[in-house]
Design a binder for this molecule. Structure first.
Ligand code: SGN
Ligand code: CA
Length: 536
């Protein structure tokens, strides 16, 4: 009881920064922030979709809090990472899309933790050029990184490591924690590349996952009736836009024999490069599993209907995607065991999330980008036995925007005033349930790969309003209670006239509060060439 009341006092006092410098350094919590890449919540068994088993990530749900409606502010890799670091929306931190330049000179929460006596490390994927600032130690992949025997930049020096990327990332995290200065608290960003495209599972998982059959989502054959232009013109359909070799692992020579054309002109090269990284032994084991599957496909292909082809491609996609999730889950298990074995369990906050959600066949899609649920939402689980009850869940509209202020709050450091997120520490502790009633979203990478049009919008408890702009001017309104799959745009439905006007007013208010505007949207249009990387 004494501990609890101290913590409640601590939680409320920290808002007034009384404890900013005061708690003894040893008492401050450690932070392990685990973020994987493109890990949809549907692929975590604690979320209850029945696709796969993730027993270790599920431990976080059993021992902590699972957020059911956590969202990102911009469903794309590098922008999401910039929001995490800065606690600011994309149009403020400048990293609006994967190509824009990220300015490492700006403030980020790791720099602040460092200045307050934390040891900090960034290990894995960051997807931003330049030496990461705010970290005592960094070991990062180059751009998207590689699955087998990947290159890392370790404290500025490029090195090829032998092994499987998810295991290497986990081991480097554990090594760093093990060799830390034990007098100081630590914060490590443990960023897995998996399960990002092109989905190459670890050898120990391929035999099992390639034999599995996964349930098809109800909207695998979505025809987009009742939706606008953006969903119809997006290029992320599993049947039409996925790569045969790179993604589905059909050898380039077999593509030629079957007359299959590259969709992306790097398809065959991706296959050759990805598999070419394996040692002869690794490659032999890989081939022993994949070759028979491909031979079966070759025999069946001439008689397959378009529907059967879609179903085959969906299974192939799920087998490899979920196969890569398995090693991520193994890593979480290893980490939790390590914390336990080393007496770090009580005083360490463990967070599991992804840089965004992902389509696992819903609407026929892979990839993300849209403000529709599967990619707007992101998994979020947090365990901190000192403050957070075990086995609870929350439907609060927390966002990745909130990580920076939340982690600073846990460390007893006041967040800078210009951070736009809010600390969810008290919400997680159950000591204060006041929270935002609308999550704000912006997306800019268009025209570009997958062709998801520019848009912004808000999601409230029940509704979602989206404005697509640039080469269209279209609005969409969804009633998530009646239409959780977002199949019917009710923007022009007279029955929703009141909802529509309330949502529009709310959107305007939120845009103003977060300092966004039409002028910002204009500023970032491609013709204005703002903030492009030199190479573009
Ligand atoms: C690559 C992928 C895309 C993916 C982007 C961004 N194509 O370009 O499918 O949307 O990365 O992903 S691939 O054929 O090269 O794999 S992100 O997670 O980095 O934003
Ligand atoms: Ca991503």
């Amino acid at each position: 009881i004494r501990i609890v009341s101290f913590l409640i006092l601590f939680a409320s006092a920290s808002t007034f920064t009384i404890f900013a410098q005061s708690p003894s350094p040893k008492k401050r919590p450690n932070i392990v922030y685990i973020m994987s890449d493109d890990h949809g919540y549907q692929a975590i068994s604690a979320y209850g979709y029945g696709l796969n088993q993730t027993p270790n990530i599920d431990r976080l749900a059993k021992e902590g809090l699972l957020f059911t409606r956590a969202t990102v502010t911009n469903s794309l890799c590098a922008p999401s990472r910039a929001v995490l670091l800065t606690g600011k929306h994309s149009y403020i931190n400048g990293k609006i899309d994967n190509e824009a330049k990220f300015d490492w000179r700006q403030d980020n929460f790791a720099k602040i933790l460092q200045a307050h006596g934390y040891q900090t490390a960034l290990i894995g994927k960051i997807h931003m050029d330049g030496r990461p600032a705010g970290f005592d130690h960094s070991a990062v992949l180059i751009d998207q990184g590689e699955y087998y025997n990947p290159n890392f930049i370790i404290n500025g020096k490029k090195q090829q490591l032998q092994g499987y990327v998810s295991d290497l990332t986990t081991d480097m995290v554990l090594d760093w924690i093990d060799n830390r200065d034990k007098e100081k608290p630590f914060c490590v960003l443990y960023h897995q590349k998996a399960p990002h495209r092109e989905w190459l599972p670890a050898l120990r998982h391929i035999a099992k996952y390639t034999q599995m059959k996964f349930p098809e989502p109800a909207t695998l054959f979505d025809n987009f009736e009742g939706r606008g232009t953006a969903a119809k013109t997006a290029e992320m359909n599993i049947l039409k836009h996925m790569n045969w070799a790179g993604d589905n692992k059909i050898p380039p020579a077999m593509m030629d024999e079957l007359g299959l054309k590259e969709y992306m002109n790097w398809d065959k090269a991706a296959y050759t490069n990805n598999l070419g990284r394996m040692s002869a032994q690794e490659r032999a084991q890989w081939d022993s599993v994949y070759q028979p599957i491909m031979e079966d496909f070759k025999a069946a292909y001439p008689n397959m209907s378009q529907q059967e082809l879609m179903q085959w491609r969906f299974q192939r996609y799920m087998q490899d995607y979920l196969g890569t999730v398995a090693a991520v889950d193994d890593g979480v298990g290893k980490l939790l065991d390590y914390l336990q074995a080393n007496g770090l369990e009580e005083n360490t906050i463990v967070i599991y999330t992804s840089d965004q959600g992902f389509y696992l066949g819903e609407h026929g899609w892979f990839d993300k980008r849209f403000m529709y649920e599967e990619s707007l939402r992101t998994p979020l689980l947090i365990k901190y036995p000192k403050e957070i009850a075990a086995g609870i869940s929350s439907s609060a509209l927390v966002q990745n925007l909130d990580f920076a202020p939340t982690l600073l709050d846990y460390a007893g450091v006041a967040a800078p005033k210009d951070m736009q997120g809010q600390s969810f520490r008290k919400l997680a502790a159950g000591t204060d349930s006041t929270w935002r009633d609308a999550a704000y979203y912006t997306y800019y990478e268009y025209p570009g790969i997958h062709m998801a049009k520019r848009h912004y919008g808000i999601r409230t408890d029940r509704y979602k309003l989206i404005h697509f702009y640039y080469d269209v001017d279209e609005w969409e309104l969804y009633d998530l209670e009646r239409d959780p799959q977002e199949l019917k745009n009710v923007y022009d439905d007279p029955a929703y006239a009141n909802v529509k006007s309330e949502m529009q007013q709310k959107l305007e208010k939120v845009r103003k509060e977060y300092k966004d505007s039409d002028a910002n949207d204009q500023k970032f249009l491609p013709e204005n060439k703002i903030n492009r990387q030199a190479k573009n």
